[in-house]
Design a protein around this ligand. Sequence first.
Ligand code: NAD
Length: 336
Amino acid sequence: MTDRVQAALVGCGAIAELHRWAIEESGAPIDIVAAVDVDPARAAAMAAATGATAYTSLEDAIASGTFDAVDLMLPHHLHEAITLRCFEAGLHVLLEKPMAPSLDACDRIVAAAAQAATVFMVAENAQYWPEVVTATRLVAEGAIGEVVTARACAFIPPLADFYGGEDPWRFDPVQAGGGLAIDTCSHWLRPLRMLLGEVVEVVGELGHPFPGMRTESLVRSLVRFESGVVASLDALLTSATLAPEVLFRITGSEGEITVEAAGTCTLTTREHRRGLVVGEAAGYLMSYPGEFVDFAAAVLHGTPPAATAAHSLGELRTALALYRSADTRRWENVWE
Ligand SMILES: NC(=O)c1ccc[n+]([C@@H]2O[C@H](COP(=O)([O-])OP(=O)(O)OC[C@H]3O[C@@H](n4cnc5c(N)ncnc54)[C@H](O)[C@@H]3O)[C@@H](O)[C@H]2O)c1
C-alpha cells in the first residue's frame, strides 16, 4: 500500500470530467492512473487530461495491475456487472449513484463488497454539499426551533453533457431504470435525510413533459419522515428559462433556513428578519470534492466515510416507492 490511492476512472463521460476536477480541487491523495471507456475518444481525452493510460477494455485495465481503486461512472444498467467484476479483482470501489436500478442487484453488490472486504462507497456528493452541511448544523443547533416542514426543489435545465446527443441512455427506462426520481432526486433527498432524519413513506405523481424522454421528467411528491414531518420533493427537467430558485426551504417554529441556487445558506428569524447568510458562498459544484477526501481516507486509513454505501439505498428505495405510488395513487412505504 502506497500513501496515495492509485485509481482508474471507468466511464469517461459527463460526470467523469467533474470527478477529475473534484479530485484535483480536493487535494485528496488520489492518482488517476487509468482512464477506461468503450469509446476510445473519451478514454483518450481523459488520459490526456490526467496523464493516465487509456483503455477501451476494463479487463485490459485490470490486467495492467496498476491501480487498487476504481471510480465507476456508467449508465445504471451496467452498475451491477462492472461493480461485481471490480470486487472480484479485489479493488476498492467508488460507485456513482444509484447503486443499481433494482434492490435485487443492490443485494448482490452489497454481498460482493462484503466478500471482497475492500472499501465500497456510493458517490452521493450531496452528503458533502457545503450549504446543506451548514443548514444541517443550524437545524441541529435549534436555530429555527422545531422543524415544521420543508421543501426541496430540483428544477434543472437539460445540460448538453448529460442530456445531449441522440436518444441518451437517461431517456431509456431499461438503461436508466427511471428518470429524475431515481437520478437527480437523490441529490435533493439526501439533504432532506440529513436535515429531517430517516424517510418513512412517499406519495407522488410523475410526468413526462420533456420531449423524447421516456423516463419521468417531472416529479411532484410528498415525503414523510420518522419525526412525522412531511416535506415536498419536486423535480423537473425543462428547457424553459428558470427564475431564480430556492433549492431547499426548511421552516421551523422560529424561522426558516433556505439554500439558494446561488450557493448560499440563509437564516431568517425574528433576529435576522432580512436573512443572515451563514458560511461562505460555495454552491452545488463544491459538493463533489468532499467525496474524494472521504474515499481516499477510507482506502488509505480505514476511516469510515460520512455515509455508508447501504445508506444510499434510502434514496433508491424512495424512488422505487414513488414509482409504486404513481401507479397505486397511495402513500407507499419506503422500506417494505
Ligand atoms: N453525482 C452526480 O451529480 C451525477 C451527475 C451525473 C451523473 N451521475 C451518475 O454517473 C453515472 C454516469 O453518468 P454520466 O452522465 O457521466 O453518463 P455518460 O453517458 O456521460 O458517461 C458514461 C460513460 O460510460 C461509458 N461506457 C459505457 N459502457 C462502458 C463499459 N462497459 N466500460 C467502460 N465505459 C463504458 C460511455 O461510453 C460513457 O462515456 C450514472 O450513474 C449517473 O447517475 C452522477
